[in-house]
Design a protein. Structure first.
Length: 101
């Protein structure tokens, strides 16, 4: 029987263990939905020991945001911050996915 510390591969996505960080609402985004240094630091610390990080709810439309300060991906300019966040998580050895809403 596999343990929580065993590696897991799902459709080519390799995770160093079977632990996951669920999507947590931080409200650290800007009013316009951009990634901030606070978000980078939050996920940098929490991605060190888990195999998978599910980045918090990220809206694909400005009127679809759950709360002020949540992340957005409704315009091209927001992509660079999300790319930086993904690199931060992956550099710690975790797989990264995002919860879209």
């Amino acid at each position: 029987m596999p343990s929580l510390q065993d590696e897991l591969v799902i459709k080519g996505m390799r995770m160093r263990n079977r632990l996951a960080l669920p999507p947590l609402t931080t409200n650290y985004g800007t009013d316009e939905g951009y990634v901030t240094d606070n978000i980078i630091r939050f996920y940098e610390k929490r991605s060190r020991d888990v195999g998978l990080v599910i980045v918090e709810a990220t809206s694909v439309r400005p009127d679809g945001r759950l709360v002020k300060g949540s992340l957005g991906l409704w315009e091209d300019a927001q992509v660079e911050g999300m790319r930086r966040l993904a690199h931060t998580i992956k550099n710690n050895g975790s797989a990264a996915v995002v919860q879209l809403n």
